[in-house]
Design a binder for this molecule. Structure first.
Ligand SMILES: [Fe+2]
Length: 232
C-alpha cells in the first residue's frame, strides 16, 4: 500500500481497525469508524445474522422467538413470490427490537423499534428494504383507517398498543401514507408480520437468506467502491 499513507508520519496515519460485532449495535462507536472502514456486503450480513443469533432467542410471542418470527415472515413472503426487497424487509422488520434490548447501546431508547431498526439498517441497505421496515407500524394505522372491520377485529392488546401509537390514521395522514413510494411494500410486510406467528411453521435458517441480503446491500456504501485504495 505505497503512496499516500507511506509518506505520512506514523502518528498521522489513521488507525484503521475492523468493526467488532459488539460495535455494530453501538452507534456512538460505529459512526466515526464507518466512513473510513466501510463493510463489504458479506460483512454486513455477517453482522446482521450475528445479532439475531446473539439476541434473537428472546420470546416474541408465547413459544415463538424474535428470530423465528422474522424467519417465518420472510419464508411466507418468499413462498408467496414477493420481490427480494420485501423478503429481506420481512426478515429484518423487527431488527430494532434486538437493538432496544440493550439500553446502553441504544441512546434513543424512547424511539420506536421500526425507526431504530430502519435508521441502523439504512447505513447499509437500499431504501426498498429499509423504508417498508420504517413504515410497517404506520401501515397498520393506515389499515385501521381504511378498514373499520380490520380495526375492530384486532386483538384487544394490539388495539391498545396501536392507540398508544396514535390509533387509526387521520384522513390527512392516510393521504400522506398513500403517496409514499414504499407504502405498498409496507402493507405487504404487515401482512406477513401478522401471518408469521405460527408455532408450528418450520423455516430455513438465516443463511438461506444470505444471498438475498447481500444483493440488497447498498454497494455505494460498501468497500467495493474504494477508489483511493485502488489508486495507491
Ligand atoms: Fe413483527
Amino acid at each position: 500500500m505505497a503512496g499516500y499513507y507511506s509518506v505520512m508520519k506514523s502518528e498521522e496515519r489513521p488507525a484503521i481497525r475492523p468493526v467488532k460485532t459488539e460495535e455494530w449495535s453501538n452507534p456512538m462507536l460505529i459512526d466515526p469508524i464507518a466512513w473510513r472502514c466501510p463493510m463489504s456486503p458479506t460483512e454486513v450480513v455477517d453482522e446482521v445474522i450475528s445479532l439475531f443469533r446473539e439476541r434473537g432467542n428472546r420470546l416474541y410471542r408465547e413459544s415463538l422467538t424474535e428470530s423465528q418470527h422474522g424467519l417465518q415472515c420472510a419464508t411466507l413472503a418468499r413462498f408467496n413470490g414477493e420481490q427480494d426487497a420485501v423478503v429481506a424487509a420481512c426478515l429484518l422488520h423487527d431488527f430494532g427490537r434486538l437493538l432496544k434490548q440493550a439500553a446502553d447501546e441504544c441512546p434513543d431508547n424512547a424511539a420506536h423499534h421500526e425507526e431504530i431498526g430502519a435508521n441502523r439498517l439504512s447505513r447499509h441497505f437500499k431504501p426498498e428494504v429499509v423504508e417498508p421496515i420504517r413504515l410497517h407500524v404506520a401501515a397498520m394505522r393506515y389499515l385501521c383507517w381504511k378498514d373499520r372491520k380490520y380495526y375492530e377485529e384486532l386483538p384487544a392488546t394490539t388495539r391498545h398498543r396501536l392507540t398508544q401509537r396514535g390509533g387509526p390514521m387521520s384522513d390527512r395522514e392516510a393521504r400522506a401514507f398513500e403517496s409514499h413510494p414504499h407504502c405498498g411494500s409496507a402493507l405487504r410486510l404487515l401482512r406477513y408480520d401478522e401471518m408469521g406467528r405460527n408455532k408450528g411453521l418450520c423455516t430455513p435458517d438465516f443463511e438461506a437468506f444470505r444471498p438475498v441480503l447481500e444483493a440488497l446491500v447498498d454497494k455505494a456504501k460498501a468497500r467495493a467502491d474504494e477508489p483511493e485504495l485502488a489508486i495507491a
